[in-house]
Design a protein around this ligand. Structure first.
Ligand SMILES: Cc1ncc(COP(=O)(O)O)c(C=O)c1O
Length: 382
């Protein structure tokens, strides 16, 4: 990813106009009622140190939200931890669970920010290759079994899945749960895209699908994507009390949690009517359709319709050209930035990740360039 950004910067410094379909950051402003709640909290003097577990009001709001949206019951006193975004939740969970030499199973293609904290915690990453079947990436129970070794301690699952857009079904989650049970594997469930799903696909929390998973699962979530609050740095984790306690110790020696007034605003975001989320998801659905329309009809290329999240994978495997080569040509010759699937692992080879986190002119221009680039590269291949 840094290599791509390096190439982009070099071109920009040379004055080349670029359109980016790379970033995973929503372009909406944070909804006004959430901003107002933070201003009110600041004016009310909510500027002191927060409770390191998270402010009581926010932990309670999270507990209510998890019951309402996910069908999960967690005790706000002992089973919920407020974190500086999902990033810190994942870090604290890995630090709490991993001992030197433990293996961590990561579905391939993988969100590329999981590997470094695994290594930082002393763990080894072990890829679980997925396959594209019926237009979607998925890992099977057989693939999990094939990747498993006695050193495997935990699995990190991201549902809805960045970068590929799959929303695992109940049956798929049940199979994963059985694997975790059978092999005594912990689960870190990153559910940051839970609110953004399409075409009747709905997010299910693994711990709700298979109640026996609850005791071995740390649910990680944040307000970054759902409420367009990436810069606020606020998220939360839920899990069994001993695991949350171990994560709390990591947090208490490092970040000590998000700012107090930010936590007050986050509690309002979770508790207030969710119309702002519905509106944003409606707009993502429009953009998703725009991507599908713009890239339709290119010989040998297909868009795998994302079931959730705001990335679409363009499937160019039929071309037999390395995805990084296609990406470089798109950047150098057509001025559009996308990420090659192989950047997320070998299972992503032959695909490109196209972000529709941003809309408007940026998306329209980017898709025009992308469609033109893919048409020309595809046609020239013989
Ligand atoms: C799968 C996934 N998890 C976690 C994060 C980071 O989230 P946060 O902003 O809450 O730290 C991202 C952001 O792109 C993501 O895509």
């Amino acid at each position: 990813m840094n290599a791509i950004l390096g190439e982009v910067r070099t071109l920009q410094a040379a004055g080349v106009p670029l359109a980016s379909l790379m970033r995973g950051e929503p372009d909406f402003p944070t909804p006004a009622h959430i901003v107002e709640a933070s201003v009110k909290a600041l004016q009310a003097g909510r500027t002191g140190y927060p409770d390191n577990r998270g402010e009581k009001g926010l932990r309670e709001a999270v507990a209510v939200k998890l019951r309402r949206d996910n069908g999960l019951t967690y005790d706000p006193a002992t089973e919920i931890l407020i974190t500086t975004g999902a990033t810190f939740g994942i870090y604290a969970a890995l630090m709490a669970l991993i001992e030197d030499g433990d293996q961590v199973l990561l579905p391939d293609p993988v969100y590329d920010a999981y590997q470094s904290p695994v290594r930082l915690a002393g763990g080894d990453c072990r890829a679980v290759p997925s396959k594209i079947q019926d237009g979607r990436f998925m890992v099977t129970e057989e693939a999990l079994e094939a990747a498993w070794t006695p050193a495997a301690k935990l699995l990190v699952l991201n549902t809805p899945w960045n970068p590929v857009g799959t929303v695992p079904t109940r049956a798929e989650l049940e199979a994963i749960a059985q694997f975790c049970e059978r092999r005594n594997i912990y689960l870190i469930s990153d559910e940051i895209y839970e609110a953004i799903t399409y075409d009747g696909h709905t997010h299910l929390s693994p711990a709700a699908v298979a109640p026996q998973l609850r005791e071995r699962t740390i649910l990680v979530n944040s307000l970054s994507k759902t409420y367009s609050m990436t810069g606020w740095r606020v998220g939360y984790c839920a899990g069994p009390a001993p695991l949350i306690q171990a994560m709390y110790l990591v947090l208490a020696q490092s970040s000590r949690g998000p700012a107090t007034f930010v936590q007050d605003a986050a509690a309002v975001a979770l508790s207030a009517p969710q119309d702002c989320v519905t509106q944003m998801v409606r707009e993502y659905a429009r953009r998703r359709a725009q991507v599908q329309t713009a890239l339709a009809g290119i010989p040998g290329a297909a868009v795998l319709p994302p079931e959730g999240g705001f990335f679409a994978m363009a499937d160019l495997r039929a071309w037999g050209i390395a995805s990084n080569k296609v990406r470089q040509r798109l950047l150098q010759e057509f001025g559009v930035v996308v990420v090659h699937g192989a950047a997320y692992g070998p299972a992503g080879e032959g695909t490109l990740r196209v972000s529709f986190a941003s809309g408007g002119e940026a998306l329209t221009k980017g898709l025009e360039k992308l469609a033109q680039g893919l048409s020309e590269i595809g046609a020239a291949r013989g």
